[in-house]
Design a protein around this ligand. Structure first.
Ligand code: OAD
Length: 264
């Protein structure tokens, strides 16, 4: 008996798919101890996006915004990828080893998919649609400033570019900014061509990323959501897997690995 509430249809479709694509959100990192945004106790309950996550807030008070991102980076560097991250990397290896393609687009900036092995040569493509806390650059000249450039500043001090003295910023997408164009194009193509699409741990509230599972559905993919709660778009998808990602994804990956690919 299958204790996890996913269907045999999802297993069979994943086992037979040449093209699999995935969108993840903060929920996949919840079991690693990284706070989500919109749940009780989430980041946007304690902080206001307009005070921290946009360029005007940054220019008005770079030290405050830099300190907040340095704190978030410290939290994620302390965290480790969980069974959900690892299962997606493993599922990618299974699909790629069978000659298929696997594209994982994430809204997360925590770097945990990369640390779990996603995007490695044998584990498909990883697209970071909202950037990464692990990179920083100069807001004035664009120079790459390295991973830890915002860390260990004295309170109130501003981290500045060695080349032009401009303020350094995290390489994350703030409200009002465009997603990285090439990554979003690739994520869109993957949604348009996927046979199976998984939407994992996202409230699907922030566009354009939230539109990807619906685009995949419109283009003919079988779309399943993995989330203990139903997201805003759950009713429009083919299947809702009501379980934490760290439980559901390893079980799903095991079942797909066991099954021979059907009819390629
Ligand atoms: P949210 O905080 O909006 O949603 C997190 C989702 O994860 C919720 O639907 C939860 O039910 C679900 N969840 C919680 N624990 C889970 C678990 N163990 N397994 C699976 N799902 C779980 O986070 P996002 O959808 O990622 O953007 O938010 C999207 C964007 O909004 C973020 O990338 C960020 C934020 O503003 C920017 O900063 C640009």
């Amino acid at each position: 008996m299958n204790a996890i509430p996913f269907t045999e249809e999802l297993v069979a479709r994943l086992a037979g798919a040449r093209r699999v694509a995935v969108l993840t959100g903060a929920g996949i990192s919840a079991e690693s101890g990284v706070p989500t945004f919109r749940e009780p106790g989430g980041i946007w309950e304690r902080f206001r996006p307009e005070e921290l996550a946009n360029v005007d807030a940054f220019l008005a008070n770079p030290a405050l915004v830099q300190a907040w991102y340095a704190h978030r980076r410290a939290v994620v560097e302390e965290a480790a990828p969980n069974a959900g991250h690892l299962a997606l990397a493993e599922l990618a290896r299974v699909v790629v080893a069978r000659g298929g393609s696997f594209v994982l687009a994430t809204q997360n900036v925590d770097g945990l998919h990369e640390r779990a092995g996603s995007g490695a040569a044998d584990a498909g493509t990883l697209l970071e649609l909202h950037g990464s806390l692990r990179r920083t650059y100069c807001a004035d000249c664009g120079a790459d400033a390295g991973a830890g450039a915002l860390d260990a500043l004295a309170a109130g001090a501003v981290a500045r570019c060695a080349a032009c003295d401009g303020p350094l910023r995290p390489d994350v997408v703030w409200f009002g900014e465009e997603l990285p164009a090439e990554a979003f194009r690739a994520a869109t193509r993957a949604a348009q061509t996927a046979e199976v699409y998984l939407s994992v741990g996202t409230s699907a509230a922030v566009y354009p990323a939230a539109g990807l599972p619906l685009l995949a559905r419109d283009c003919g993919a079988y779309v399943a959501e993995v989330n203990p709660r139903r997201s805003d778009i759950a009713d429009e998808l083919d299947e809702h897997v009501a379980a934490p990602a760290g439980v559901a994804l390893p079980a799903l990956q095991d079942r797909v690995r066991e099954r021979a690919p059907a009819g390629w």
